[in-house]
Design a protein around this ligand. Structure first.
Ligand SMILES: NC(=O)c1ccc[n+]([C@@H]2O[C@H](COP(=O)([O-])OP(=O)(O)OC[C@H]3O[C@@H](n4cnc5c(N)ncnc54)[C@H](OP(=O)(O)O)[C@@H]3O)[C@@H](O)[C@H]2O)c1
Length: 221
């Protein structure tokens, strides 16, 4: 049985992706900070027949994140799919002229150090398997920087560059790296941005394995 780990798993997209991959027989590892919420997610997934386990970590603490991923692999088997999709803190979205260098530390820890730590932790297992998928999920500022959201704009650009480099470097090894950019807001009932629809899009990226950047919706939406 294969395993997916969702780094930054909550009741929205994280749960929807766990259900979608779970339907295909994947076991799901869920990483977030709040143990109570993780327990509730695991219970909810069990009702859908999905085997899931929660692991507490703050993505801004790389060692803690690596430890949680190692625990997930021990409990669920080698991580075959890694999704990095924690929801960014509101403080990361300040106007550019109100953003000093210290204000960028959080966004960079969150969107660069976290992904690098996560990838370094799971990559040896994927290489041993000879296959794997790494999915980065970002908001629209990953593609078009926004003057009022300087932190995520700057940090998502760096995360995108890292993902793109991995895409090129790992494709020959059968490890597919892709990014889903979600412009605007995830909205229940929306034709393209409902969590279940986005989860289906991510499943398709995992299955079809072509190209790095994909858009969930038009950029001006
Ligand atoms: N929501 C939107 O409208 C929207 C729009 C565009 C793009 N996105 C993208 O969609 C993804 C999130 O989907 P969602 O909004 O539906 O969220 P979700 O999957 O429902 O929840 C995401 C989880 O991330 C966790 N998280 C936040 N900071 C963290 C940290 N420092 N360390 C570990 N976990 C952390 C939170 O759990 P804890 O608080 O327990 O840690 C939260 O429950 C992200 O990639 C985001 O960029 C969202």
């Amino acid at each position: 049985m294969s395993s997916i780990v969702i780094v930054g798993a909550g009741p929205g997209l994280g749960a929807a992706v766990a259900r979608r991959f779970g339907r295909e027989g994947f076991r799901a590892g869920l990483i977030a900070r709040d143990g109570g919420r993780l327990d509730a997610l695991v219970r909810g997934l069990a009702e859908h027949g999905v085997t899931a386990r929660g692991f507490r970590a703050d993505v801004r603490r790389p060692e803690e994140l690596a430890r949680a991923l190692a625990q997930a692999a021990d409990a669920l088997g080698t991580v075959e799919v890694l999704q990095y999709s924690p929801v960014p803190h509101r403080d990361f979205m300040r106007p550019v002229l109100d953003t000093g260098h210290r204000d960028l530390a959080g966004p960079i820890e969150f969107s660069v150090y976290g992904p690098v730590a996560a990838v370094q932790q799971v990559l040896p297992g994927m290489r041993r398997l000879g296959r794997g998928t790494i999915l980065f999920v970002n908001g629209g500022t990953a593609a078009v920087p926004h003057v009022d959201r300087a932190g995520t704009s700057v940090a998502f650009a760096a995360e995108s560059a890292y993902g793109h480099l991995l895409h090129e470097r790992l494709a020959p090894e059968g490890i597919h790296v892709a990014q889903l950019v979600i412009p605007g807001v995830i909205t229940a009932g929306h034709a393209r941005k409902d969590p279940d629809v986005l989860a289906q899009t991510l499943w398709t990226l995992h299955r079809e394995r072509h190209g790095f950047r994909h858009y969930a919706d038009d950029l001006d939406s």
